[in-house]
Design a protein around this ligand. Sequence first.
Ligand SMILES: NC(=O)C1=CN([C@@H]2O[C@H](COP(=O)(O)OP(=O)(O)OC[C@H]3O[C@@H](n4cnc5c(N)ncnc54)[C@H](O)[C@@H]3O)[C@@H](O)[C@H]2O)C=CC1
Ligand SMILES: CC(C)CC(=O)C(=O)O
Ligand SMILES: [Mg+2]
Length: 359
Amino acid sequence: MSKNVLVLPGDGIGPEIVAEAVKVLEWVNDRFGLNIELNEGLVGGAAIDATGGPLPEATLNAARNADAILLGAVGGHKWDKLEMALRPEKGLLGLRSNLNLFANLRPAILYPQLAAASSLRPEIVSGLDILIVRELTGGIYFGEPRGIRTREDGVREGYNTYIYSEPEIERIAHVAFQAAQKRNKRLCSVDKANVLEVTVLWREVMTRVGAEYPDVELSHMYVDNAAMQLVRAPKQFDVMVTGNMFGDILSDCAAMLTGSIGMLPSASLNDQQQGMYEPIHGSAPDIAGQGIANPLATILSVAMMLRYSLQAAAAADAIEDAVSRVLDAGLRTADIMSEGARKVTTAEMGQAVLKALNE
Ligand SMILES: NC(=O)C1=CN([C@@H]2O[C@H](COP(=O)(O)OP(=O)(O)OC[C@H]3O[C@@H](n4cnc5c(N)ncnc54)[C@H](O)[C@@H]3O)[C@@H](O)[C@H]2O)C=CC1
Ligand SMILES: CC(C)CC(=O)C(=O)O
Ligand SMILES: [Mg+2]
């Protein structure tokens, strides 16, 4: 039976990095006989320009029918207006919520070849392998009421609602505990339970669900400390689980431990293992169109797609191994460049991964 993958390049560097990732996906499709059918759609600013809205019905329908989605990134100065792109029912957030992609897995792994590119000293990061599990369809990015209003005294105020229900916390807790069971059996739940009631509940539910996983050691940490610990001694973490906004911020922070935000892939999964796969970074308007973006996070997202949604672990292994060999050969995009390495463009990096796959 064929598998259906929807490709959504999006905006900024999105089309540049997705082009390289698609070539890799097509290569493994042929070589491993995966019978994957690719379709392309519009999302984000590209969709606003073409159709007037960031998440056209055609894209949403195609996404619902896809086994997996590969997304580049969305957004840019031209479209970053709240009403057009960032409302939860629209654009990227709309895609995540409509497909119920509540479990966002963000592995932060330091390739040993990139130790020199990490923001931290080699002895602090060598062997780093953390998994951040971020709740993706709730929390403050989706809570109602939200908006900007004018008070009776004429002062304007902006407001959002940070809300999680027990079932929302329970389901992400199970994902995180099960992920920890497959790894080093340590889970750190990150909250701000000293200030925010919503995370008092979060901590309570995490602890309760934890009783079902006696083999996993559960700890709790406030988010401010977690940010500090990530750059002080990141190897203390195995799996981290946290809400939508804290996970968004902590994963960008963790990215720099691995050398660059251009190295971190992600999977966003629902209960049916249907998934959207994307680099954790955005559309990087500052470097768009220059051919210098790092496509490896997107290529590694393809590997996650093969592993989690397309049941093709051997193809995923082949891609990850090819990426490692390209780094062995000293090829680096600008963001991970270090002394003695060879600087390459986005397309050259993609080509190098294909060449490594062929070897
Ligand atoms: N998943 C998504 O589609 C996301 C979209 N955004 C959107 O992206 C736009 C830009 O947001 P920013 O805050 O600038 O975050 P960003 O992640 O796009 O860029 C932050 C910095 O990292 C660099 N960078 C990002 N990806 C890179 C790559 N693959 N290779 C080399 N360097 C890379 C950029 O050049 C920039 O200096 C905004 O419109 C924002 O809303 C932001 C985050 C996620
Ligand atoms: C629209 C944003 C929540 C996207 C983002 O920064 C992310 O998912 O990492
Ligand atoms: Mg982010």
